[in-house]
Design a protein around this ligand. Structure first.
Ligand code: F6R
Length: 244
C-alpha cells in the first residue's frame, strides 16, 4: 500500500483525477469503478476540468459504481445515480449507456443484484476510486462479523446513517438498505485509489495505515491484501494520525 500526503484535499483530488485521466487516455476501452460521497466531489470536478480543457475524453470509457441506496428512484436528488449524473456524466462526453449504477427502486431486488453482478463479472476494472466511511466501510461493506465477496444487499449501519444524514432533510429520510459491491469484486480492480480527508476518518485511516491487522471490524483493512492500492490523505489528516 502506498500513502501519498498532499497539502490539502484539493491537491489530493487533483492527483487522483490525473491518475484516472492517464488510465482513461492510455486504454482503448477503460473500465473505471466510481464512488460517490462528499470526499470525491472534487475529483469529479477536476475530471470535468480536464475534459473541458480537451485533455481527456470519456468516449470509450465504461463506468461501474460501487453502490446505491435501496428504495429511492434514480431521479431522487440523493440517489447515487443522480449524484453521478450531476457531478460527472452530464458534464462530459461519456455514453450514458456505458455507465452502470444499480437501480435502487427496482422492486425485484434479486434481479437488481444479478444485473449488478453481471456487470462486475463481465467488465474487469482498470481502476477503482474509493472513499471511506468513519467506521471503515468501503462502498457499503459495513463492519460486521462477515464481509461478502460479491454484490449484495446490506442494512446500512446506524453510524453511517448518521454520517449521511447531512445530505438529507433529516436522519429519518436516509434509506436503511443499499446495494453494494462486495469486497472480493472491489479487490479485483487492477489499481485502487482511496481518498480520505477529515478528522472523523482519523481512527479508521490510522488502523489502515499503521496496523497489520486485516479485520472485518474495519473493512478498509482488506485493501492491505491488494497489490496496487494508494491511499491519498491531506496534511491535516496526516498530522492528526501522526503519519510523517
Ligand atoms: C459511496 C461509498 C461510500 C463513501 C463513504 C464516504 O459510493 O462508496 O463508502 O465513500 O461513505 O463518504 P463521504 O465521502 O461522504 O465521507
Amino acid at each position: 500500500m502506498k500513502i501519498i500526503v498532499s497539502k490539502n484535499h484539493d491537491e489530493s483530488s487533483l492527483k487522483v483525477a490525473l491518475i484516472m485521466s492517464e488510465i482513461i487516455n492510455s486504454s482503448k476501452n477503460p473500465v473505471i469503478g466510481l464512488a460517490t460521497g462528499g470526499t470525491v466531489v472534487n475529483v469529479y470536478q477536476e475530471l470535468v476540468n480536464l475534459y473541458n480543457e480537451r485533455k481527456l475524453s470519456f468516449k470509450n470509457t465504461k463506468t461501474i459504481n460501487l453502490d446505491e441506496y435501496i428504495g429511492i428512484a434514480p431521479t431522487h436528488e440523493q440517489s447515487y445515480r443522480y449524484f453521478m449524473n450531476s457531478n460527472l456524466f452530464d458534464k462530459i462526453d461519456i455514453d450514458i449507456n456505458n455507465t452502470f449504477v444499480p437501480i435502487g427502486n427496482n422492486s425485484d431486488t434479486d434481479k437488481a443484484l444479478a444485473d449488478f453482478q453481471y456487470q462486475l463479472d463481465n467488465n474487469d476494472r482498470d481502476f477503482q476510486l474509493l472513499g471511506i466511511g468513519p467506521n471503515g466501510h468501503i462502498a457499503f461493506n459495513e463492519p460486521d462479523k462477515y464481509l461478502h465477496a460479491n454484490a449484495h444487499m446490506i442494512s446500512i449501519a446506524a453510524t453511517t446513517i448518521e454520517a449521511n444524514a447531512r445530505f438529507f432533510a433529516s436522519k429519518d429520510e436516509v434509506p436503511k438498505k443499499a446495494f453494494t459491491q462486495g469486497m472480493g469484486d472491489i479487490l479485483k480492480a487492477k489499481s485502487i485509489a482511496l481518498l480520505a480527508t477529515g478528522e472523523n476518518k482519523a481512527n479508521v485511516i490510522k488502523s489502515l495505515i499503521f496496523g497489520d491487522d486485516v479485520s472485518t471490524d474495519n473493512p478498509s483493512t482488506f485493501l492491505k491484501m491488494h497489490a496496487d492500492t494508494t491511499i491519498f490523505i491531506d496534511e491535516n489528516l496526516a498530522n492528526i494520525i501522526g503519519y510523517k
